[in-house]
Design a binder for this molecule. Structure first.
Ligand code: GRF
Length: 202
């Protein structure tokens, strides 16, 4: 790896199917390396995936808050990110909102996947919200992370058609398949774009 390699930390809370797709995509990549998994749930399946792939992982649970980390935990997370020379964060099914300490350490360098076509159906249970609303097209969105939940600049979107008779489970499967393709492709495009810009401005 040369010193232009971008070292990604993936943040995940659960199953880790997006994490797995990202690992697969960047396994032999010349410029991008998945260097770390940060998880907030002991026993989450994404930790098994990290172990099988020899990616170091750290769990930061928080017994006080469910939807964010208290400030001292964010500081501990930042220390681990610095120790591992992480220059880019990817939120792949991470169920806590990051606060100012981490956001300001990685400006325009945190991206998230959301399972709807933003700005529609922000927040939790987006696939179910779209399904129950009766939309005929839903999808997924990759976007930059800022203080506004699901509100940062959109980097990529992929539509998913809901056909007559599709069950919620079928729609979930279609959205996840779309996510697995869109996320890693968008990560690659965006990192390449900002790395080239950094080199031009250096
Ligand atoms: C994905 O649908 C993602 O959009 C949402 O949580 C889900 C995570 O799935 N935020 P997985 O853990 O990557 O399988």
């Amino acid at each position: 790896m040369d010193n232009r390699t971008v070292r990604i930390a993936v943040f995940a809370s659960g199953k880790g199917s997006n994490f797995k797709a990202i690992l697969e995509k960047f396994k032999h990549h010349a410029q991008i390396q998945v260097a770390l998994l940060i998880c907030d749930q002991k026993g989450a399946l994404c930790l098994d995936i990290a172990r099988e792939s020899n990616v170091p992982s750290f769990v930061f649970s928080d017994s006080v808050f469910k939807t964010k980390w208290e400030a001292s935990i964010e500081q501990d997370v930042l220390s681990v990110l610095r120790e591992h020379n992480i220059n880019f964060l990817v939120l792949a099914g991470f169920m806590r909102v990051l606060k100012s300490a981490i956001l300001s350490a990685y400006p325009d360098k945190i991206i998230n996947i959301h399972p709807s076509l933003l700005p529609s159906f922000k927040g939790l249970h987006a696939i179910r919200q779209a399904y129950e609303y009766g939309v005929k097209i839903t999808g997924c969105t990759v976007h930059l992370v800022n203080e506004e939940i699901d509100g940062g600049r959109i980097l990529g979107q992929s539509p998913v058609l809901i056909s007559e008779g599709d069950s919620l489970e079928v729609v979930e499967r279609k959205v996840h398949e779309a996510e697995h393709l869109l996320f890693s492709k968008t990560i690659e495009t965006y990192i390449t774009e900002i790395s080239n810009k950094d080199m031009v401005n250096a």
